[in-house]
Design a protein around this ligand. Structure first.
Ligand code: OGA
Ligand code: NI
Length: 369
């Protein structure tokens, strides 16, 4: 049996200490990954470098000849509804991911949303730093790597989080650089979210209003991600592989690319399509659907080219804690198909997820019966 010598142990503790020191120094700059790139670094700092076996595993083949389904929502209120529900059911059961077009959000709004995020991150540091915080209960927060102190390697990404609960966020609380467009985008996404939850309810064989009735569509948090260009993209990641801790996510991405979805154990590129939105099933929808719909792992590669900008709208309620518990929907379980998960509040789920950080393992396992 191998026993660590005293020297090994001292070295390990010493490097842990240095890492913590480096993480704190990076955090204290309050200018994120973009600050490093602005300073002209040509080698990425150690805190971003993934463990060697992780790099090896992640270099597995990428399937380029297949695509996640693209679903046209035109006709959803009339003749094409059944067909669309069918497509959504198939995509959510097999891929956990699909893109939607003709979703009702004007392309001009999508483009301006991306530009608004660019304006926020590219404004003078002094203005941006005002929003820098790790207090996850704040309605608006800017930071780099929500799991900076938990993960084994930091990601090449900065994020602005806005909790768009319409009844508690005053417009002036939003950063001026993207205030108007965030409010407009949020209104459109409320509408699209409602439609998607109706379609997903029908895809589960429930009445249209079922998921809305459970509160799934009620609130959303918008995460605006900024992935600066990376001088050594093979050594790090834009976002470590993970599944989302919400009911569903609707993602807007710019033209750069880098998002990949795990499908049948291989990575598949989610190619940018101007005007389309990416929809994915989150852990909480997998839990309440008793594994019928799949919350699938995805990641974002780092890239020499950038910045890449994406806007992820998380339909979830953890920033408005309630005692409501969610477990497998009773209509979806039977003697032959018993509940696979215990009940949880949204806040308990998210708290567990965030404490764990993005480590490549699903937080759902912790809630399995
Ligand atoms: C996320 C996410 C993907 C992207 O925010 O959870 O997976 O393209 N984002 O930024
Ligand atoms: Ni995600």
């Amino acid at each position: 049996m191998a026993v660590a010598s005293d020297r090994d142990l001292t070295t390990a503790i010493g490097s842990e200490h240095n890492r913590l020191k480096d993480l704190k120094a990076f955090d204290n700059t309050k200018t994120g990954v973009k600050g490093l790139v602005d300073a002209g670094i040509v080698k990425i700092p150690k805190i971003f470098i993934r463990p060697p076996d992780d790099i090896l595993k992640a270099s597995a083949a990428v399937l380029t000849h297949i695509q996640i389904p693209i679903i046209d929502l035109d006709g959803v209120e009339n003749d094409r509804r059944l067909e669309i529900v069918d497509e959504i059911q198939h995509a959510s059961e097999t891929w956990g991911f699909f893109q939607v077009v003709n979703h009702g959000v004007p392309v001009s709004v999508l483009d301006e949303m991306i530009e608004g995020v660019r304006r926020f991150f590219e404004q003078p540091d002094e203005v941006k730093m005002e929003y820098y915080t790790r207090d996850s209960k704040r309605k608006v927060s800017y930071s780099s790597n929500f799991d900076l102190y938990q993960s084994t390697a930091a990601n090449w990404r900065d994020t602005l989080l806005c909790n768009m609960a319409p009844d508690s966020l005053e417009p002036h609380e939003l950063p001026a650089a993207c205030r108007d467009i965030k409010l407009e985008y949020s209104k459109y996404l409320t509408g699209l979210g409602t439609t998607l939850f109706e379609l997903l309810s029908e895809a589960l064989g429930l009445n249209s209003n079922y998921l809305k009735g459970m509160g799934c569509a009620r609130r959303h948090t918008i995460l605006s991600h900024y992935y600066p260009p990376c001088p050594e993209p093979d050594l790090t990641l834009g976002t470590t592989h993970h599944s989302d801790n919400d009911f569903i996510t609707v993602l807007l991405q710019d033209h750069i690319g880098g998002l990949q979805v795990l499908h049948q154990n291989q990575w598949v590129d989610v190619s940018p399509a101007h005007g389309a939105l990416v929809v994915n099933v989150g852990d909480l929808l997998q839990l309440i659907s008793n594994d019928k719909l799949k919350s699938v792992e995805h990641r974002v590669l780092a890239n020499r080219v950038g910045p890449r900008i994406s806007v992820a709208c998380f339909f979830t309620t953890h920033l408005h804690p309630s005692t409501k518990v969610y477990g497998p929907i009773k209509e979806l379980v039977s003697d032959e198909n018993p509940p696979k998960y215990r009940e949880t509040t949204v806040l308990d789920y998210v708290t567990y997820y965030q404490a764990k950080g993005l480590d490549g393992k699903s937080a759902l396992d912790h809630f399995k019966l």
